[in-house]
Design a protein around this ligand. Structure first.
Ligand SMILES: Cc1cc2nc3c(=O)[nH]c(=O)nc-3n(C[C@H](O)[C@H](O)[C@H](O)COP(=O)(O)OP(=O)(O)OC[C@H]3O[C@@H](n4cnc5c(N)ncnc54)[C@H](O)[C@@H]3O)c2cc1C
Length: 467
C-alpha cells in the first residue's frame, strides 16, 4: 500500500490544509520528549500535511479521501500526550480537531461536547450555566482537549473521588467514525466504550462525547509539609479514606522534590520534609482541619484564598500528575519518569518498599486515587536517567516487587498499558479500520496478534530518520 499524498491533498484542498514542513512537524509532536528513549526514537517523525475540519461531515470527507488514497491518519487534540501517542509514525495526515470545540448541551449531571473542546472551556461553560464541573481532568486542564483526554489519558484531578476515566460511569456516550470507504457514525455506551477509550485513535475518530458532571466548588488549594515521607503517605491514604471529607486531589512528594523543583514552594519547606498538595471542598475545610490536627507534625503551610506568599504558587493541581515531571525537567533535564501502579491492597507499604530499594535514584511522587471503591495509589515517580538499560532494570525491579509499570518510554498501547493485547480494541479495529490507516504502529496486536510482553517492540513501518 503506497499513500498518494498529493491526490489526497488535492481532493481536500477546499478544507483548511497546512503543508508547511515547519508547522506540520510542530503539529506532529506531543510531549514524547519527557522520555529520553522516545526522544531519540521519534524526534524525526512528521506528517505530510495537517487538515483542520470544523464539522463532523468534514471529518467524514477527510476519512473518505484518505481511505481512498491509502493515507495514514493520526488524530490530534492538543498534542499534550506523553507517550508519542499523537505522533504520526508513518507520516500522512494529521487530523487536527481543535476547531471542533463546541459545548453543545448541558444538563443536570452531564454535558455533550465536541472532541476539540479544551477541558477548561468545558468547565467554564458548565460552571457558568449550571454550577457543575467535570468530575475529573488531566492536570493539562488549561491546554488539553476532551477528545485527547478520553483517547489518550487515564484520569487525573478528581480520580481520588471518581476513579479512572475508564471506570464505568465516567464516560456516558461516545460518537465514533470508522475509517472505511464510507465512514460510519456509531454511538457507543456501556461495554462498547472500551473499544475506543484510551485507544490512541487507532480504531475510530471520536466526534462527540457525553460526559458526566459533578457539582462545582471553589476548591481550596492546600499545601502541607510532613516530617518524613511515610507520614505524608499515611496522611494521604487516611484522608482519602474519610467518607465525609470531599477532596478532589491528594498528591504526595518525597523530599527533595518540593525543595529542588517547586521554586515558589521551596522557601517554605525545611530540608528533609515531605510535602503534599490537596484540593478540598470549601464546606469540608472545617472537617479537614479537625482531621489534620490528629496527625502530629503535619502542617498546612499554604491555603488558597487566605495565605499571602511573596509569589503565589498558582493552580495547586499544576504541581501534581505529570506537571511534577515537567517542573523537575525544567530544573534538571536529566530527569524522566515512570508511571507505577501501587494498587489497593497495601499501597503505602508497597511505595515504602520501592522507595527503600530505589531512592534517591527514583523519587516518589504519589497520586492518591480510587479503584473499585477502595483507596489506591499511583506513582509518577521521578527517575534520574542514566542509560536505557538502567531504566529497563528499574522497571524490572518495580515489577519484581509487585508494582506494575505503565511504561511511558514506549509508544505502543500495549507497552504503555497492561502489557497485553486488548482484544476488544483489536477486534473493533479489524471492523472499523480494515486498511490499518489510523495511527499506524501504535497497536502491536494489529501488526503482531501473537505478541507477548518480552522485549521492546519496534514497529518496522516507522518512517526513517534523515541521514
Ligand atoms: C504536564 C502534563 C501533565 C499531564 N497530566 C495528565 C493527567 O493528569 N492525566 C492524564 O490522563 N494525562 C496527563 N497528561 C497527558 C495528556 O496531557 C492528557 O492525556 C491529555 O488529556 C491529552 O489531551 P490532548 O488533547 O493533548 O490529546 P493529544 O495528545 O492530542 O492526543 C492523545 C491521543 O488521543 C488521540 N486522539 C485525540 N483526539 C481524538 C479523537 N477525537 N478521537 C480519537 N482519538 C483521539 C490522539 O491521536 C492521541 O493518540 C499530562 C501531560 C503533560 C505534558
Amino acid at each position: 500500500m503506497t499513500a498518494n499524498i498529493q491526490a489526497a491533498k488535492a481532493a481536500l484542498s477546499h478544507l483548511e490544509i497546512d503543508s508547511n514542513p515547519v508547522s506540520v512537524k510542530a503539529k506532529s509532536r506531543d510531549f514524547f520528549w519527557y522520555s529520553p528513549v522516545l526522544k531519540a526514537a521519534l524526534d524525526h517523525v512528521s506528517a505530510d500535511f495537517v487538515v483542520t475540519p470544523q464539522t463532523e461531515s468534514e471529518v467524514i470527507e477527510v476519512l473518505k479521501v484518505c481511505h481512498a488514497h491509502d493515507v495514514p491518519v493520526t488524530v490530534r487534540g492538543a498534542g499534550t500526550g506523553n507517550y508519542g501517542q499523537a505522533m504520526p509514525l508513518a507520516g500522512g495526515c494529521i487530523l487536527h480537531l481543535h476547531k471542533m470545540n463546541r459545548v453543545k448541551e448541558i444538563h443536570p449531571g452531564r454535558a455533550i461536547v465536541e472532541p476539540g473542546c479544551l477541558l477548561k472551556d468545558i468547565d467554564e461553560a458548565t460552571i457558568a450555566q449550571s454550577s457543575q464541573e467535570l468530575r475529573m481532568f488531566s492536570s493539562t486542564w488549561a491546554t488539553a482537549s476532551i477528545g485527547g483526554f478520553i483517547a489518550g489519558g487515564s484520569g487525573g484531578v478528581g480520580s481520588v473521588r471518581w476513579g479512572g476515566l475508564r471506570d464505568l460511569g465516567n464516560i456516558i456516550r461516545l460518537r465514533v467514525l470508522t475509517m472505511e470507504a464510507e465512514p460510519r457514525a456509531l454511538e457507543f455506551t456501556g461495554e462498547e466504550l472500551h473499544r475506543v477509550s484510551h485507544a490512541y485513535g487507532t480504531n475510530g475518530i471520536i466526534t462527540e462525547i457525553e460526559i458526566p458532571l459533578a457539582p462545582a466548588y471553589d476548591w481550596v488549594g492546600v499545601i502541607m509539609t510532613f516530617p518524613d515521607f511515610p507520614d505524608a503517605l499515611r496522611f494521604g491514604y487516611d484522608l482519602a479514606s474519610q467518607d465525609g471529607i470531599l477532596i478532589k486531589l491528594a498528591t504526595l512528594f518525597e523530599a527533595p522534590i518540593a525543595q529542588d523543583y517547586f521554586q515558589r514552594i521551596s522557601p517554605y519547606v525545611q530540608p528533609g520534609q515531605a510535602t503534599g498538595t490537596f484540593m478540598i471542598a470549601p464546606h469540608a475545610m472545617g472537617a479537614f482541619q479537625t482531621f489534620t490536627a490528629r496527625y502530629p507534625g503535619a502542617e498546612v503551610i499554604y491555603r488558597s484564598h487566605q495565605t499571602q506568599w511573596e509569589r503565589d504558587p498558582g493552580r495547586i493541581f499544576e504541581y501534581g500528575w505529570n506537571h511534577t515531571t515537567l517542573r523537575a525537567l525544567k530544573v534538571d533535564p536529566s530527569i524522566t519518569y515512570l508511571q507505577v501502579g501501587y494498587g489497593t491492597d497495601d499501597p503505602v507499604g508497597l511505595v515504602e518498599q520501592v522507595r527503600a530499594r530505589l531512592s534517591p535514584e527514583v523519587l516518589q511522587h504519589v497520586e492518591v486515587t480510587r479503584q473499585n471503591g477502595k483507596v489506591a495509589m499511583g506513582g509518577l515517580s521521578l527517575v534520574k536517567f542514566t542509560t536505557e538499560a538502567r531504566l529497563d532494570e528499574i522497571v524490572g525491579l518495580h515489577e519484581a516487587m509487585g508494582a506494575p509499570i505503565f511504561n511511558p518510554h514506549r509508544y505502543t498501547l500495549e507497552e504503555g498499558g497492561r502489557q497485553q493485547v486488548d482484544d476488544v480494541q483489536l477486534t473493533f479495529k479489524r471492523e472499523a479500520d480494515p486498511k490499518g490507516l489510523l495511527n499506524p504502529g501504535k497497536m502491536i496486536g494489529w501488526h503482531d496478534p501473537d505478541w507477548a510482553y518480552k522485549q521492546k517492540y519496534a514497529w518496522p513501518g516507522m518512517m526513517k530518520a534523515a541521514e
